[in-house]
Design a protein around this ligand. Structure first.
Ligand code: SF4
Length: 485
């Protein structure tokens, strides 16, 4: 073995690393973000470009969605009180203007701009240059980054509640999450009931469904369209089973129809022409309520969640004329127990025959190679846990019908888990030490975790200042032990 160098493996590993932090051109932004997240910095001697001493109490949480790179950092300048806010990472100070962050309201809470290298900045933001602050030479960091070590989040990212939560048995933790989930169900139900007092139960449900179809980006314009439904149907009732006419009306009032009609004869041109044929006569009577196109947000939107596609689905529900009756039948009919509730609900919510939308994500998109249904199981889960089950639950509560209330709860707590999302991923890391995925096997457990984030994390900060949840979780465990559960 004496001919084999003792550092073979170390050399192989070093060779794996691209010159990620090469001097000169600067590293890719993603690598700077990893350096910031893991604080691979000489943390005792950080100074901003204007000479202020910088102490990082928490680097914040990496935001993989639109907006600043890190949310909720806690930092301190000189001897000032700690500040909580966002951190944006760019290669150079010019990125702040170049990426139009300056005028974007999403960036108004940025308290620190982190760049690779600069001597000065004109952004007006406190700025830290990383190049001279790294804790290791760029080549070493390059190896660390390129071999994936940065993916292991440090212990410091765990919240203060993660230790007491870890001490709970799986049954107790499930019980705690379900209790929080019930609070969430009730909060959603209260909103529906408040709306029903003014507008009636059916209208409250339509508004809830429309709002849910908007997802977080377009909840408000969708809700507005939901609120307009009585006027949209009353002014000139549309014939039943004519989804195209409803699509024309919803796209038109939503301000989502292209102004120009194409001269080509593509499938899209033919469809848009057919929709315009429905809408052009109605444009004037509905002129006052047409939404400006600017109220919609399209950035960072998945094609499946585009409002045109979601309204196309809603048009089918409205055209069928019996959606609510079918939903009530689904909920009350015990024979549904033979089939998973999510499957039977999907059958009801799936649109009827549509020539255009199964093959197009939006009015501009090229035709899809393979048709896609207008609704899938994950969206059905969103609609069930956020709107339908809260609506059935509160109606049962209002009508003092204990059997139906229990049925709504039974369905809610057994509903299979929804799609993972950024809030859940972060919450699993902070609250459940990253080991909670199997505990979140139901949509209710996910809802419970999100409720804890809403009630506690959002009122505290990244270092869990003044959060009572760890103590409450600890007491929950002690109480259960005293009662022998
Ligand atoms: S803020 Fe509270 S609930 Fe959130 S992670 Fe910290 S201790 Fe847990």
């Amino acid at each position: 073995m004496k001919n084999i160098p003792a550092n073979s493996y170390a050399r192989w590993r070093a060779a794996l690393a691209a010159p990620a932090l090469a001097e000169g051109g600067g590293p890719p932004e993603r690598l700077l973000q990893a350096v910031w997240q893991h604080q691979r910095l000489r943390r005792d001697s950080l100074r901003t470009l204007d000479g202020r001493k910088l102490r990082v109490l928490h680097p914040g949480f990496w935001n993989h969605a639109a907006g600043p790179d890190f949310r909720g950092a806690v930092i301190q300048f000189d001897g000032d009180a700690p500040r909580s806010g966002d951190v944006e990472v760019d290669i150079a100070p010019a990125g702040w203007r170049g990426h139009a962050h300056r005028d974007n309201p999403e960036y108004r809470n940025v308290i620190l701009h982190v760049v690779w290298d600069a001597a000065e900045t004109s952004t007006g933001l406190p700025t830290l240059a990383l190049r001279t602050a790294l804790d290791s030479p760029p080549d070493e960091l390059s190896v660390w980054l390129d071999t994936g070590a940065e993916r292991d989040l440090p212990e410091a990212f765990a919240g203060k509640c993660s230790a007491p939560l870890k001490e709970l048995s799986p049954e107790l933790l499930k019980d705690l999450l379900n209790q929080a989930a019930l609070v969430r169900l009730q909060t959603k139900a209260d909103w529906l009931q408040a709306r029903a007092r003014d507008a009636g139960w059916e209208q409250a449900l339509w508004e809830g469904l429309f709002r849910a179809l908007g997802y977080k980006q377009n909840a408000w314009p969708m809700q507005r369209l939901g609120e307009l439904l009585p006027a949209l149907g009353r002014q000139e009732p549309l014939p039943r089973n004519n989804p195209l006419a409803w699509q024309g009306r919803l796209f038109g009032v939503g301000g989502l129809l292209p102004d120009e009609l194409g001269r080509k004869t593509s499938e899209t041109d033919r469809y848009v022409r057919a929709v315009w044929d429905c809408w052009w006569r109605e444009r004037e009577p509905f002129g006052e309520v047409i939404l400006p196109r600017g109220v919609w947000r399209f950035n960072g939107l998945r094609p499946a969640n585009h409002p045109q596609r979601r309204l196309a689905l809603a048009a089918h529900w409205l055209a069928a004329g019996n959606l609510i009756a079918r939903l009530e039948n689904w909920f009350t009919n015990e024979t549904n127990e033979t089939e998973p509730a999510a499957d039977s609900l999907l059958k009801i919510l799936l649109a009827g025959a549509d020539d255009f939308w199964p093959r197009h994500w939006t009015l501009r998109a090229a035709p899809m190679a393979k048709p896609q249904p207008l609704l899938g199981t994950t969206r059905v889960t969103d609609l069930a846990v956020n709107v339908l089950l809260p609506w059935f639950w509160i109606r049962a509560v209002a009508g003092r019908n204990a059997a139906l209330r229990q049925r709504a709860e039974r369905l809610y707590f057994a509903w299979p888990c929804a799609e993972d999302n950024a809030v859940l991923r972060l919450a699993r890391q902070r609250l459940l030490g990253g080991a909670g995925r199997r505990l979140l096997a139901t949509a209710a457990a996910q809802q419970g975790l999100m409720q804890i984030v809403r009630d506690f994390c959002e009122r505290s900060n990244a270092v869990c200042t003044d959060c009572h949840f760890p103590e409450l979780a600890r007491n929950f465990g002690v109480q259960a032990a005293n009662q022998g559960t």
